[in-house]
Design a protein around this ligand. Structure first.
Ligand SMILES: NC(=O)c1ccc[n+]([C@@H]2O[C@H](COP(=O)([O-])OP(=O)(O)OC[C@H]3O[C@@H](n4cnc5c(N)ncnc54)[C@H](O)[C@@H]3O)[C@@H](O)[C@H]2O)c1
Length: 299
């Protein structure tokens, strides 16, 4: 039995460099046989395309396949997942330099472009690997209504919108995946601004979407609760190194989490090997979630 994604088209939304989970997931999906398209937040598009042009990104593939050794990206699209359609985009964003010349960067725009470029029913996998909480450094008690709603709009409603919009253009029995974090269910000081609430919503929505998209389309919807990683987004939290050190000292498995471990778990969940799995939250965190009391204190 082999993980085989030959003939599949996978979208990974939320990639701007090779440091985060999205990149590792995209590489694992490609290594297993899928064609991969990426969606990148318009303000980060320049970083991604320049790094690719200059050969600065790690294109080596994990050893899931002997035939494929280098990561090939079919196409990169702009996506701001806070907007469902251009009707909702405020004037200052529309006219901002970073949003001009990238085409329709909304979720519906991306759907239309994928359909035009690859055909109706070509997409089989969609991964949501994005989050944004403008007040993430503030404790919940100090978070404004605006900051809280912005975190939930970018980090959880965006997944609901993606599943709604992409489901009809996806081949039957497709697979959706999103990325969550332990802060959804345990208190993680420093993970503020409503981001913990956004992750709790994301996990709950995963279950409801699994039911609804499963009934209507046969699609599967799952989440991965990943351990801490010093990605670009996580570095903006400020406390990320503390979270990584805490896990390294106290998790059942002592080695630091490698993003490729999340990549291979994601490829498995999106493959036929997981055809009976939907509505789950899979922990890929070296076992950190299982701890109640740690020998060195904490938790
Ligand atoms: N790094 C961690 O410790 C950790 C742990 C568990 C879960 N996660 C989750 O993994 C996912 C990927 O994050 P990462 O840590 O790999 O960081 P990352 O910086 O690689 O990815 C986050 C991406 O989100 C994009 N983004 C932000 N706002 C957006 C918007 N409105 N529309 C479209 N894209 C937008 C950013 O440009 C970035 O590419 C996120 O959901 C994150 O919450 C991260």
């Amino acid at each position: 039995m082999r993980m085989n994604l030959d003939g599949q088209l996978a979208l990974v939304a939320g990639v701007a460099d090779d440091q985060g989970f999205g990149w590792s997931i995209a590489k694992a999906l490609h290594a297993a046989g899928a064609k991969v398209i990426l969606a990148c937040w318009p303000p980060a598009m320049g970083i991604l395309t320049k790094s690719l042009d200059r050969g600065k990104l790690d294109m080596t593939l994990p050893g899931l396949s002997e035939e494929r050794t280098e990561f090939k990206i079919e196409k990169i699209y702009a996506l701001d997942a806070v907007y469902d359609s251009m009707d909702f985009v405020p004037e200052d964003i529309r006219t901002s330099k970073r949003y001009q010349d990238v085409g329709d960067f909304t979720i519906q725009g991306l759907k239309k472009r994928i359909k035009e470029d690859f055909g109706d029913g070509a997409l089989t996998i969609a991964v949501h690997s994005l989050a944004n909480g403008p007040e993430v450094q503030k404790p919940l008690l100090e978070t404004s209504r605006e900051g809280y709603l912005a975190a939930n709009s970018a980090s959880s409603y965006s997944f609901v919108s993606m599943v709604r919009e992409f489901s009809p253009i996806m081949r039957k029995n497709g697979s959706f995946l999103c990325l969550s974090y332990l802060a959804s269910e345990k208190v993680i000081p420093g993970y503020g601004g409503g981001m913990s609430s956004a992750k709790a919503a994301l996990e709950s929505d995963t279950r409801v979407l699994a039911y609804e998209a499963g009934q209507e389309y046969g699609h599967r919807v799952n989440s991965i609760s990943a351990g801490a990683l010093a990605s670009r987004a996580a570095r903006s939290i400020g406390e990320i190194n503390k979270m990584i050190d805490f896990g390294a000292k106290r998790a059942p498995l002592k080695s630091a989490l490698a993003p490729k471990e999340v990549g291979s778990a994601a490829a498995f969940l999106c493959s036929d090997l997981a055809s009976g799995i939907t509505g789950i939250n899979l922990y890929v965190d070296k076992g950190m979630h299982a701890m109640g009391l740690c020998p060195e204190g904490g938790l």
